[in-house]
Design a protein around this ligand. Structure first.
Ligand code: NMX
Ligand code: MLT
Length: 437
């Protein structure tokens, strides 16, 4: 067993009695009630999931294992020569809730090296898709293709399946997925946009740095990749990608089936695809300006044009958050402290949209949250560093989100959570309850 797996086992064993006690002694304690609006309106705010990996407060935003974004970046050991932690140190932290030592991070890095090689048949499967396929289709198919080697599926069908040990093979699959997904993503990038000019893994580099290297990016982009993957990792359990992954895995479908499904949810424009939509919106706006300077007036008009056409303003609003997303703020701060980026025209336009859109959305009066989310700021950074193929941006999100989804389902199995199966009702029933008041 690796050090990380041993530590995780210790944590899972310590946690199990808490879940047993809650279920046995306090199972009937009421923590929420459901109204008709929630039943029709996407189960909004209903407390019906449990995770200890992250928690989203509507005002404060995300905490990973109890730490805010600045606290997380501050606490974790940094990559050599960088202000940012490695993704490997964050993975240790998400899984165990403990800040790793430098030696523990090195052990995870070494473990990832042994896991990160993507089998050739996966590349063959992705190459067989039409080149015009969306890169999210390629990513989802690539993950699905790897299912053949699932250790969890082998454990289940091997005749010795038992609930107590099942987490171990989920951990194996989850770690393989996390280590391999940036390599698969880099392959897709090179296949689609660089004429299939592939770059080999550099075994000396940490995960974020190796991704930068594999897509032919600059030294500075290594920190962009580390920051991006960590920021996009997890947003408690109710978001579409995390929830889908959890739901599918709850049927004991293995992590490959589960995460491929999660990615398919992430590919929706109201979820992860919004970062692609933001860049598309900005480019369309610039085209209409036809060389004129962006001003508050023409930004306001473009926002109203979008709203009046019955569309949403991408990158704004949130199902839980009621303030500016701290992931937006973390990326904005990255822009402000990066020479060149802070004076970049596109960054200035994004900043102007930030000044304008909340007022317009408030006046429009529909959204419960007029403030920007993570997607409003992420694309401009990618664009600045030359990653201009914006239909790839959701793939970057998918690489980061693997960390949270895989940590969550490893714990799901560790704690033996049940198959998820909420109850549905009919419209007749709702009308009857409505009439009864
Ligand atoms: N622009 C215009 N209208 C909006 C927006 C927006 N950005 N956000 C919400 N609304 C509308 C929404 O469509 C709904 O209208 P209707 O009553 O006609 O159906 C109304 O405001 C109430 O919606 P909310 O309760 O505020 O939002 P909800 O929880 O249903 O949806 C989002 C949350 C994130 C789906 C929604 O805010 C949205 O569509 N935002 C734009 C897309 C986006 O940025 N998604 C990315 C989210 C973060 N991520 O990475 O996943
Ligand atoms: C996410 O990161 O998953 C999004 O902000 C959407 C959500 O939390 O619902």
């Amino acid at each position: 067993m690796t050090q990380l797996k041993e530590k995780l086992f210790e944590k899972i064993q310590a946690h199990r009695p808490r879940i047993t006690r809650l279920t046995k002694e306090f199972g009937s304690v009421i923590i929420d009630k459901v109204d008709i609006g929630q039943c029709i309106g996407g189960a909004r705010d209903i407390r019906s999931l449990v995770t200890d990996i992250s928690y989203l407060d509507p005002q404060e935003g995300i905490r990973f294992r109890g730490k805010t974004i600045p606290e997380t970046f501050e606490a974790l050991p940094k990559a050599a020569g960088s202000e940012y932690p490695t993704v490997e140190s964050f993975w240790y932290f998400l899984l165990t809730g403990e800040v790793p030592t430098a030696a523990q991070v090195s052990a995870v890095e070494a473990e990832f090296k042994t896991r990160q090689v993507v089998p050739e048949y996966v590349y063959t499967a992705v190459r067989a898709l039409p080149k015009e396929s969306h890169p999210m289709v390629m990513l989802s198919v690539g993950i699905m293709a790897m299912q053949k080697d699932s250790k969890f599926a082998a454990f289940y069908s091997g005749g010795k399946f038992n609930k107590m040990d099942a987490w171990e093979s989920v951990y194996e699959d989850a770690s393989d997925i996390v280590a391999r997904i940036p390599v698969l993503a880099a392959f897709i990038y090179n296949l689609k946009y660089r004429g299939d000019k592939q770059i080999a893994i550099d075994p000396k580099l940490d995960m974020g740095a190796n991704f930068a290297h594999m897509i032919g990016q600059s030294e500075q982009y290594k920190d962009v990749a580390r920051m991006y993957f960590i920021l996009h990792s997890d947003h408690e359990s109710g978001n579409v990608s995390a929830h889908t992954t959890h739901l599918v895995h709850s049927a004991l479908s293995d992590p490959y089936y589960a995460y491929s499904a999660g990615l398919n949810g992430l590919a929706g424009p109201l979820h992860g695809l919004a970062n692609q939509e933001v860049l598309g919106w900005i480019m369309e706006f610039q085209k209409k300006l036809n060389g004129a300077e962006p001003t508050k007036e023409n930004v306001t008009k473009a926002l109203w044009d979008t709203l009046n056409a019955g569309q949403v303003v991408p990158g704004y609003g949130h199902a839980v958050l009621r303030k500016t997303d701290p992931r937006y703020t973390a990326q904005r701060e990255f822009c402000l402290k990066t020479p060149g980026l802070k004076d970049d025209q596109l960054f200035k336009l994004v900043a102007m949209i930030f000044e304008t859109a909340p007022g317009v959305l408030t006046e429009h009066g529909k959204t419960k949250n007029p403030w920007p989310n993570v997607d409003a700021q992420s694309g401009v950074i990618q664009w600045y560093y030359g990653l201009k193929e914006w239909d790839f941006y959701t793939v970057l999100f998918g690489v980061g989100r693997a960390l949270g989804c895989m940590a969550n389902i490893t714990w799901d199995r560790g704690l033996g959570y049940a198959i998820e199966r909420p109850k549905s009702v009919t419209t007749d029933m709702l009308e009857k309850w409505a009439a009864e008041g």
